[in-house]
Design a protein around this ligand. Structure first.
Ligand code: NDP
Length: 258
């Protein structure tokens, strides 16, 4: 069988962990395939490049996910609602787009027993997650971006009046390059007193948000889990078959932990 070729399109793309993860998986599973990086400047060329390079599949990262959505021959699943595609697969010459960021996130919290969800942040990640968690409320620092969540219950730090949630998700970049919490401690403490689970989308460090959640004995997941599961779901699409997701996730965790 011919060697299968995959890559990640992005700009920048050198920081991406996807080549490390997927190449390690191919090696472990003896799959004749490789996974590279492609620095793409013009997002509108993403599908023509895909076809020109004759690859089998690709991931898409910032800032090209909306272009991948617009240019794909067909978009399937939750990606249609989100308007962003992070996984492209060649299916008999047609390039199909999926969004495994959102699907992977659901996989991360699959074993949680939750009903009421609060998403902190109102950017791109919050929007994507709000499509797979349609009943979630939103808390954001400022008013402006809450316009994008008109059909949702939304709060700012100044007017939040509901602190009763099972699951709190940080989608802001607070804590990424600083020691900030995504909302004032007094608000988070009230939330954590009632909640059972906290998830942060940031990876590479334990954020102040997760540190505080652990102080309140919450069950936590970090951005690493989300990164791993978007990869697992992408691999299912790449190979065109269901995988033992937990087993594949173990492989990805193994290489990411180094
Ligand atoms: P955006 O820039 O679209 O949104 C940023 C949001 O964060 C806004 O709501 C903003 O509030 C809020 N914010 C920023 N700084 C602070 C702060 N100091 N305190 C409180 N709120 C703050 O970001 P994205 O949604 O694209 O990405 C957010 C994070 O998600 C990044 O850290 C990124 O690394 C991570 N990510 C992780 C993934 C994974 O696989 N683990 C996948 C995708 C993203 P305001 O409106 O008031 O400005």
């Amino acid at each position: 069988e011919n060697k299968k070729i995959f890559l990640i399109f992005g700009n920048p793309v050198s920081h991406s962990k996807s080549p490390l993860m997927h190449n390690y998986f191919f090696k472990k599973e003896n799959i004749n395939a490789c996974y590279g990086r492609y620095l793409l400047t013009n997002g509108n060329e993403i599908i023509s490049k895909f076809k020109e390079l004759k690859i089998n599949g690709a991931n898409v990262t910032v800032p090209h996910k909306e272009w991948a959505y617009k240019e794909a021959d067909e978009v399937r699943g939750i990606a249609k609602k989100i308007g962003a595609v992070n996984t492209l697969v060649n299916e008999n010459g047609k390039i199909i787009g999926y969004n495994t960021d959102a699907e992977g996130f659901l996989e991360v919290i699959k074993e949680f027993n939750y009903k009421k969800v609060l998403i902190i942040g109102a950017g791109g990640t919050a929007k994507a997650l709000s499509f797979v968690l349609p009943k979630a409320n939103i808390l954001n620092r400022s008013e402006e971006r809450l316009k994008d969540f008109q059909e949702k219950v939304t709060f700012t730090w100044n007017n939040i009046n509901n602190f009763d949630y099972d699951l709190i998700i940080n989608t802001t970049s607070a804590g990424l390059n600083d020691d900030n919490l995504p909302a004032p401690a007094i608000i988070l403490e009230k939330l954590f007193k009632k909640a059972r689970y906290a998830v942060d989308v940031i990876y590479g460090k334990e954020t102040p948000f997760l540190k505080l959640a652990k102080k309140y004995n919450l069950i936590t997941k970090s951005g690493i889990d989300m990164l791993v599961y978007q990869g697992v779901m992408a691999m299912e699409y790449f190979l065109g078959k269901k995988l033992n997701r937990k087993k594949v996730a173990e492989i990805y965790f193994e290489i990411l932990k180094g």
